[in-house]
Ligand binder design. Structure first.
Ligand SMILES: Nc1ncnc2c1ncn2[C@@H]1O[C@H](COP(=O)(O)OP(=O)(O)OP(=O)(O)O)[C@@H](O)[C@H]1O
Ligand SMILES: O=C(O)c1ccc[n+]([C@@H]2O[C@H](COP(=O)([O-])O)[C@@H](O)[C@H]2O)c1
Length: 238
């Protein structure tokens, strides 16, 4: 029996946050493979300057080229294939037949949306959810504007004492997200298995990378060098 994980996303572009999350999950859960699934045309992430699917896929291939256990799903290459997560999982389970244990690697911000996914009641129970601590999009925008935001509402710390560090707070927040989603899924009679990855929250996002490109800020330490070179060569996000 193998352990196979899926990491889906828009990857516009892929960044070190994605790679570190995959690496952490692979080492903490002794995964045999991580299958990366770039979404061809994610309706919720569509923008006029979205890099083409081929470009996002090429950047992803460059970023994970040195990891034989990281693969890109062949499914997303076909434009007519559905990009619903349930269809991806069922397809990959057919591609890798056998008694494998299946995982889905996901940021806590994205896990929050699980109860709204297509056929969420089916997919939720078909894999274990490996949750990377991450501020919500709202928190990230608020932090960039310098205001105090949603994060302050997550202060469900033991005994009401302030937590030692922002890292602890993100672990608490990710656990709160996991519990909340598990409760929502329980209302649909679905029990989910989930675990928060033991890692610091990485405040890198594709949106931040795109802003850096627009402002001509160096991408070093934010994306793999091969990806920075690709972005510059193709003049993306300018
Ligand atoms: N820094 C990060 N830490 C933890 N999880 C992350 C991080 N960046 C992305 N993810 C997770 O990876 C998956 C794919 O993310 P995606 O490709 O949409 O990147 P993104 O950085 O969230 O993009 P954008 O900023 O455009 O919204 C999602 O589950 C997301 O939560
Ligand atoms: O299947 C769905 O209905 C669905 C709706 C929204 C998001 N997802 C999945 O959630 C993962 C993270 O997506 P995102 O929004 O960060 O690009 C990615 O694998 C998407 O395919 C899936």
């Amino acid at each position: 029996m193998g352990k196979i994980a899926i990491l889906g996303g828009t990857f516009d572009p892929v960044h070190w946050g994605h790679v570190l999350v995959a690496e952490t999950a692979a080492s903490q859960f002794a995964l045999d493979r991580v299958i990366w699934v770039p979404d061809r045309s994610p309706p919720h992430k569509w923008r006029p300057d979205l890099a083409s699917f081929e470009q996002r896929r090429e950047m992803l291939a460059l970023a994970i080229a040195d990891r034989p256990d990281f693969l890109i799903s062949p499914r997303s290459a076909n434009p007519s294939d559905s990009s619903f997560a349930i269809d991806t999982l069922v397809y990959l389970q057919k591609l890798y037949p056998g008694d494998h244990r299946w995982y889905w690697i996901i940021g806590s911000d994205a896990l929050l949306t699980l109860p709204k996914w297509h056929r969420c009641g089916e997919i939720a129970g078909l894999c274990d959810w490996l949750v990377a601590p991450r501020p919500t999009q709202g928190d990230r925008e608020t932090a960039e504007s310098g205001e105090i935001g949603e994060l302050s509402e997550w202060g469900d710390c033991p005994g009401g004492k302030p937590l030692a560090s922002a890292g602890d707070r993100m672990q608490v927040q990710a656990n709160a997200v996991g519990r909340r989603v598990a409760e929502q899924m329980a209302l649909l009679d679905v029990e989910i298995r989930w675990e928060v990855l033991s890692m610091p929250a990485i405040e890198i996002s594709s949106s931040h990378i795109r802003r850096c490109c627009a402002e001509r800020i160096d991408l070093r330490y934010l994306v793999p060098e091969v990806v920075a070179t690709y972005i510059a060569a193709h003049q993306l996000y300018q």
